[in-house]
Design a protein around this ligand. Structure first.
Ligand code: NAP
Length: 375
């Protein structure tokens, strides 16, 4: 079993380096700074060969000789590359998230044609292709519309295009949608800060300290190492043709995703001194949250950071859960139920707000009123 995976230098890729099975091949573009990546691979004593390519080129930029060599061993192609830049231009998002994803299907088809056996394709996507949907978001194809941001729109377009192309070329396909990725569950190490972290970074700047969110808003988030383990299990599953009935999975916490209010309170319980002023969550309707989150994109006069913060509101402020029945069925069939995400409230709060173990000060001797509760 040899997985060929793109995007190893990205957030998810960093975790994959730690967890991929032996004999993995990483596709990196020429411009990727591979020195750090190679050092990371070596420091983990991983057997990962790097090949140069580009997902935005046909056959991911590999020539016939390279394709023939890869076809001898590759049993599954996993695409974790793309643009996650919410401020990216329509053209760059289209190239990376639509064209690159479709070329990935073609690339898998070419490997299959040369090797004479099926080479399945696993495409990563985002749970937020759901746009502004509330309630239970199903693990199915989603329709047009839906108040998507530019990034969500092109990820959704990528899904549609990949589903169509895979059917045309007869490539076995699995679409894996991810929610907000947190850093490593043990170390907190993260490559960059997404919407959830923006909540903690902008904490003191929220106008009037108010955070608008639906009453029962939930925050689905998964540490990147958890996501990587699930992806690998799924890649092995499709490579061995054990998952032929599943088309789309959500690598999420499902109905067990923490509620926003509980997450914020848990953070305060863990380390009340870590926060300047305290924010108040004000109940808002779905349309309010969605409209506020779209303000930056619509009027465009805000800094990129503020625009991202506003967009991020929809990832923490909507009352919805991402169904994961397909995921659980798939992992169960593979005997890998243990890797299903199940983030605890405390872990989510610690990772989101950078409250690492050892920083507990719930009962701080400096806090006179609490001293009596101390040991
Ligand atoms: N991070 C999240 O919170 C999150 C949430 C939901 C879904 N996802 C999904 O998870 C997947 C991985 O996301 P991520 O956060 O790991 O992304 P990321 O950190 O932005 O990394 C993107 C990766 O794609 C590579 N790449 C970009 N364009 C390429 C090209 N033309 N050819 C080859 N490689 C290219 C980048 O390589 P360079 O080093 O060369 O730039 C990098 O390794 C994506 O499908 C994303 O939509 C992520």
């Amino acid at each position: 079993m040899t997985i060929l995976v793109s995007g190893l230098s990205g957030q998810l890729g960093h975790a994959l380096v730690d967890h991929v099975p032996a004999k993995t091949i990483g596709l990196v573009r020429r411009s990727t700074g591979t020195t750090r990546l190679r050092r990371r691979i070596e420091s983990r004593s991983r057997e990962i060969e790097l090949v140069e390519g580009d997902i935005t080129a046909r056959d991911w930029g590999l020539d016939r000789a390279a394709l023939e060599r890869l076809a001898e061993t590759v049993t599954c192609v996993v695409n974790c590359a793309g643009s996650t830049d919410w401020q990216g231009t329509a053209e760059s998002l289209q190239m990376s998230n639509v064209v690159g994803a479709v070329y990935g299907v073609g690339f898998a088809a070419r490997l299959a044609e040369i090797s004479g056996r099926p080479v399945p394709y696993l495409q990563t996507s985002t749970a937020y292709v759901a746009g502004s949907a509330v309630g239970v978001v199903p693990e199915t194809r989603l329709g047009a519309g839906g108040d998507r941001t530019r990034y969500e729109h092109f990820k959704w377009m990528g899904e549609q295009a990949v589903l169509r192309r895979a059917a045309e070329l007869g490539v076995p396909l699995l679409l894996a949608r991810l929610p907000a990725l947190l850093g490593d569950s043990r170390t907190g190490e993260t490559l960059y800060k997404n919407s959830l972290y923006l909540l903690s970074e902008r904490w003191n700047d929220l106008p009037f300290g108010l955070l608008p969110a639906m009453k029962n808003a939930r925050v689905d988030c998964v540490p990147r190492d958890t996501a990587a383990k699930v992806l690998i299990a799924l890649a092995e599953g499709i490579a061995t043709q054990s998952l032929s009935d599943v088309e789309i999975v959500h690598i999420t916490n499902g109905a067990q995703a923490p509620a926003l209010r509980a997450l914020v309170e848990a953070a305060r319980m863990i380390d009340q001194h870590a926060f300047g002023k305290w924010v108040r969550i004000v109940a808002a309707g779905r349309d309010h949250v969605v409209n506020v989150s779209a303000l930056g994109e619509r009027f465009g006069r805000l800094s990129a950071k503020w625009q991202n913060t506003l967009i991020g509101l929809r990832y923490i402020g909507l009352d919805r859960s991402f169904d994961r029945g397909n995921l659980l069925t798939a992992l169960n069939a593979l005997g890998k139920s243990a890797v299903a995400p199940s983030i605890s409230l405390e872990a989510a709060a610690r990772l989101t707000f950078g409250l690492h173990p050892g920083r507990e000060s719930i009962v701080s001797p400096k806090h006179r009123s609490l001293v009596r509760f101390g040991a």
